[in-house]
Design a protein around this ligand. Structure first.
Ligand SMILES: Nc1ncnc2c1ncn2[C@@H]1O[C@H](COP(=O)(O)OP(=O)(O)OP(=O)(O)O)[C@@H](O)[C@H]1O
Ligand SMILES: [Mg+2]
Length: 365
């Protein structure tokens, strides 16, 4: 068992609030990804959980036990960093043995554990090499091996894949997920890469400016973003955001996007948006489509076409603002072409003047 509970966790550096009153429950054996832009407090959070950084206030509990004042070695955690932090003068074997020797394990136990980990991570052939004689991907595996050899309840991983090339990164994602399933331990994984978060997480916690924005499954986060920040940060290409005005009448909520030919009906509680309220409409690129001239609620001019087989990303200038449309490569609009667009309002999002999500009918606020 290893449930990690962060209670009002705060870390200040002078005037900087790196982590601001963070409340988060990481479930036992969950793969939780902490994601957010550079400087949002991800590493600081992880370092506080690992005991490498003291909290300014708040507490951290593992399975109900307050560990806030316990040193790292008493916390039942193992950490993996972006830099790997392997001992360069030691062989791979010695690197893997190091934590076990430190803990006073008997020789036979050390050997059998190192063999087990080396087989599991396919590094058995490199045990006598030094880290510098390995590729980046192999080094990354050794760093993972050194973390799992101790068999702790919680694994803390800080951007462990960012030094790898794009292809290796994708294959290591799958390998890490497999490892997580086999080990059945709690993983807290930090990344600034939203795609990594989406593909790996059981649940994602999105941070911005040290403040937790939303916690949820990848589906929750993508289909019901809690605010504009989450909507924009998660998903690529970024969600299209267009300003508009709400019109509420007879229990219906319609929104007229600035410059649009007509209003679109949204399935939100009328009480959630008052008549005339300024709102922002969030439309993902896959929910916009080209329609015959004159038939669309939006019209504009194609300003950029990016081919990314098997898809096409088309930027359309709506007269000031622009949107990106994700479409198939079959019909390729040309730059300068006048086009009409429609969007699926049932799958679009509404944000209020404070950037908060306006819940759709039936969705709990
Ligand atoms: N030791 C420190 N002294 C002063 N300020 C710090 C210290 N460590 C972190 N900070 C500040 O705290 C904030 C959060 O930093 P942190 O390293 O947690 O961000 P991060 O989300 O991990 O970013 P990145 O994606 O770039 O690694 C930043 O504003 C950073 O400058
Ligand atoms: Mg960091």
């Amino acid at each position: 068992m290893a449930e990690v509970v962060l209670d009002s966790l705060t870390r200040r550096f002078g005037d900087t609030v790196a982590v601001d009153n963070l409340n988060l429950v990481v479930r036992d054996r969950e793969f939780l990804v902490l994601v957010g832009p550079s400087g949002c407090g991800k590493s600081t959070t992880l370092r506080m959980i690992g005991g490498l950084e003291p909290a300014t206030s708040g507490s951290i509990a593992f399975d109900g036990l307050d560990v806030s004042h316990l040193p790292t070695e008493k916390r039942d955690i193992a950490m993996v960093f972006q830099s790997y932090a392997l001992y360069p003068h030691m062989s791979v074997r010695a690197n893997l043995e190091f934590p076990l020797k430190n803990m006073g394990f008997p020789r036979a136990e050390i050997e059998s554990r190192v063999r087990g980990v080396a087989d599991r991570l396919s590094i058995a052939d490199y045990l006598d090499r030094r880290p510098r004689q390995l590729s980046g991907g192999q080094r990354q595996r050794v760093a993972l091996g050194r973390a799992i050899v101790r068999d702790t309840g919680v694994f803390l991983l800080d951007e462990p894949l960012s030094n790898l090339d794009a292809q290796l990164r994708v294959s290591m994602r799958a390998e890490l997920k497999r490892l997580h399933a086999q080990l059945a331990r709690t993983f807290i994984f930090v990344t600034h890469d939203q795609a990594e978060a989406m593909t790996m997480a059981d649940r994602i916690a999105v941070l911005s400016g040290g403040v937790l924005q939303q916690v949820g499954t990848p589906d929750d986060i993508y289909t019901r973003p809690a605010n504009r920040f989450v909507a924009e940060f998660m998903g690529s290409p970024a969600i299209n955001l267009l300003p508009g005005k709400a019109v509420t009448e007879q229990g219906r909520v319609e929104v007229r996007i600035d410059g649009a030919r007509r209003a679109a009906q949204f399935a939100v509680e009328p009480a959630a948006a008052h008549n005339g309220a300024e709102v922002t409409v969030g439309i993902r690129s896959e929910h916009l489509s080209f329609v015959p001239s004159g038939a669309g609620s939006l019209s504009g001019v194609v300003s950029m076409v990016e081919l990314l087989h098997p898809e096409l990303f088309v930027t359309v200038d709506l007269g000031g603002l622009s949107v990106v449309v994700r479409t198939s490569t079959q019909r390729r609009p040309e730059i300068g072409e006048a086009v009409d667009l429609d969007f699926d309002a049932t799958r679009s999002h509404l944000f209020d003047a404070n950037s908060r999500r306006i819940p759709t009918t039936g969705e709990s606020a």
